[in-house]
Design a binder for this molecule. Structure first.
Ligand code: ADP
Ligand code: MG
Length: 666
């Protein structure tokens, strides 16, 4: 056996590089962390070819004196720890002193810097671990690091790099995590000179969250906060109707560092137990601040995992904080609580009682008329809204909304009576009776003949659903349901009165049908006579072409057309009527959305949701009697008609007992 030898520094560094530098995203993370540690207020990141050709990070932080440049790129050299004990009270993102050395070992790195009090800058170059002399150069205050040709001297590792699109996805993920952890810092990300993100300093965390994930999600977040001794927990969690098919949108930050923690993820899941459908995951953006002595951050090479001194207590704090929040919040399903203009009114208990009274009056008239089979159009002077539980603004802490009898906000079933019934609508409450049969069907998707053909033998549950779906059909002369506001259908069920969201229900039905079709083979697609070119960004075009086969299975056929343009030659027949470019852009959103390389199953699922949503009848579409009937007949075909694919309810039930109680019959 060969004798034992001390490893040369370059081998040691290559080994360390293997742990710290896995791909371009690792470079971006380490360099941005250095910039943040240096107190930067602005960080600009640019990549070429997914970062494998170039990663450049420029900051306006404290800078490095020329004399210290060789140390900055030397291994185990750091300005962030002085004595060993500092390791147990780390207040900076870095402290190991090996990031720059590791990356310089496997690339060509240039470090250029000028300290705040220096009148000029200096630069050092390192290629495969060999450092040049320090040379003076002109540069602004701050530091710029360029890393070129990652893994050029370790070809085996270079082979492990994935497609440009995948690498950009990983970089975006790292970038998003740091940008969320440090909202006050101005950050930009460019790929091949195109801007991917431009983030001005955000005063409000929600603003930055909204920047990445959209306003709709940001507006629907619930604020939570608590303290336990020196441990502070604060942030946002998603309203249950914003759930996701995986846990990717759960962000956790500890003292400004993005971390992953199994135990805390579990606490999060527990807090939402009963509020989400199985297989759905909550969204969260949570920050924990605690004295650094209470946590060991030196247990993972990229510091993604940490060890809490009292993990159990933190678990309870998180679970308790969320549970309390949910218990004091009216989480009844609402259409779009954040945009409800009159939400404030509904918080007023007296007003809520009045509304309840109005609703009861209204319902009395409606139910009577409808059961009598009178097909006349009804008007009601009393103003009342059926939907929208009138919960409090999710973004604000406040007194709990008055829950309706028997309905605790927490754990309430989707079919429970909404708390407070609803709120007033301006103007008249108009009821549309279905149009007489024979009216041309403007929505071929709701073809009753097709619905009947698709009618499968009922299971016991299916039969019950069918019975629930409507009091009658055309043959008896009774209407299946009333359409109100061109968006809801009122139907009688065994248990009471159902208010159905026409779009949500149709979307659910289409989604289930689509899923079956796709599982069985290929979705019917419509070939274009003249294929249509669509201009995309380079990253988007790459993403689309990379997923060509999968898209073809979904009926979207694309080909490269040179540059960043792709040619669409077929698209799903069910989306007939939508613009081709529009469809492709929506597809692209899912491919590159949130900057992550999507998992194939999630992607198919997301695209099917999108198709279903696009093809479904909309709120605002007036339906004929036949269309209403077709929709209700298909209701039992959908496996879970209680929720649309986004997890929103498709129907609310006002039980007969509830009505009886309100009418003082019991
Ligand atoms: P660590 O961050 O763990 O200390 P690094 O190898 O990432 O190790 O950096 C080594 C040292 O170089 C840091 O301790 C810091 O003093 C200096 N440094 C690196 N990047 C920057 C920067 N962007 N601005 C100022 N100083 C920097
Ligand atoms: Mg560092």
């Amino acid at each position: 056996m060969p004798c034992i030898q001390q490893l040369p520094a370059s081998v040691v560094n290559k080994i360390a590089a293997g742990e710290v530098i896995e791909r371009p995203a690792s470079l971006v993370k380490e360099l941005m962390e250095n910039s943040l540690d240096a107190g930067a207020t602005r960080i600009d990141v640019s990549l070429e070819q997914g970062g494998s050709e170039l990663v450049r990070v420029v900051d306006d932080g404290a800078g490095i004196p020329a004399g210290e440049l060789p140390l900055a790129v030397a291994s185990h050299a750091t300005s962030k720890l002085v004595v060993a004990d500092d390791l147990f009270r780390v207040r900076t993102l870095g402290f190991r002193g090996e990031a720059l050395a590791s990356m310089a070992e496997v690339s060509r790195l240039t470090l250029r810097s000028r300290p705040r009090d220096g009148d000029s800058g200096a630069e050092i170059e390192v290629a495969a671990g060999q450092a040049s002399a320090v040379t003076p150069c002109g540069c602004p205050v701050g530091t710029a690091v360029e890393v070129r040709n990652l893994f050029f001297n370790t070809p085996v590792r270079r082979k492990f790099l994935r497609s440009i699109q995948t690498e950009v996805g990983h970089v975006s993920e790292s970038f998003i995590r740091l940008a969320l952890a440090h909202p006050a810092v101005h950050m930009t990300l460019k790929h091949n000179r195109r801007t991917v993100y431009e983030l001005p300093p955000a005063g409000d965390w929600r603003e930055r969250i909204g920047h990445f994930f959209g306003r709709e999600l940001a507006d629907d977040l619930l604020w939570v906060q608590s303290s336990d001794g020196d441990v502070r927990l604060a942030g946002y969690v998603g309203h249950p109707n914003q759930s996701r098919p995986n846990a990717r949108m759960q962000y956790l930050f500890l003292n400004g560092r993005s971390i992953r923690d199994r135990s805390l993820s579990h606490a999060l899941g527990e807090a939402y137990r009963g509020l989400l459908l199985t297989g759905r995951f909550p969204v969260s953006f949570l920050r924990i601040e605690m004295p650094p002595e209470l946590v060991d951050v030196n247990v993972h090479p990229t510091k993604l995992e940490v060890r809490f001194q009292d993990g159990g207590r933190l678990y309870s704090q998180l679970l308790g904080t969320l549970r309390t929040r949910f218990l004091t919040t009216d989480l009844t399903h609402r259409l779009n609580p954040a945009h409800a203009p009159e939400a404030a009114q509904a918080h007023d208990p007296a007003r809520a009682a009045q509304l309840r009274g109005e609703l009861v009056d209204w319902a009395k008239g409606q139910v009577a008329g409808w059961q009598g089979g009178e097909g006349t159009s009804l008007e009601q002077g009393a103003a009342a809204g059926l939907m929208d539980g009138g919960g409090q603004d999710p973004g604000q802490m406040g007194p709990p909304a008055q829950p309706a009898a028997g309905t605790a906000g927490f754990g309430a079933s989707s079919l429970a009576m909404p708390a407070g019934f609803g709120r007033a609508q301006q103007g008249r409450f108009e009821l549309n009776m279905p149009e007489p049969a024979g009216e041309p069907l403007k929505l071929n998707r709701l073809d009753p003949a097709r619905a009947a053909a698709a009618h499968r033998p009922h299971s016991a549950a299916g039969a019950k659903e069918a019975a629930d779906a409507g009091p009658a059909n055309g043959r008896t002369g009774r209407v299946a349901a009333l359409q109100v506001h061109n968006r809801y259908l009122l139907a009688e069920s065994e248990e009471g009165v159902l208010v159905i969201d026409q779009h949500a229900l149709h979307e659910r039905i289409l989604y289930e049908q689509l899923r079956e079709t796709v599982l069985a083979g290929t979705l019917e697609s419509q070939a274009l006579l003249v294929p249509e070119p669509v201009d995309l960004s380079a990253a988007e075009a790459a993403a689309v072409l990379e997923q060509r086969q999968l898209l073809a299975r979904l009926g979207v056929v694309v080909e490269p057309f040179g540059g960043d343009t792709v040619l669409v030659s077929s698209y799903p027949a069910m989306l007939r009527g939508s613009g081709v470019a529009d469809i492709l852009r929506r597809v692209v959103e899912h491919l590159v959305g949130n900057g992550r390389p999507p998992d194939e199953r999630d992607l198919v699922d997301e695209l099917l949701h999108m198709f279903a949503c696009k093809a479904a009848i909309k709120a605002g579409d007036r339906l004929s009697a036949d269309e209403i009937e077709a929709l209700l007949q298909q209701r039992h075909l959908a496996r879970d008609t209680h929720h649309c694919p986004h997890g929103r309810p498709t129907a609310l039930l006002f039980t007969r007992e509830d009505l009886d109680r309100q009418f003082k019959r019991t």
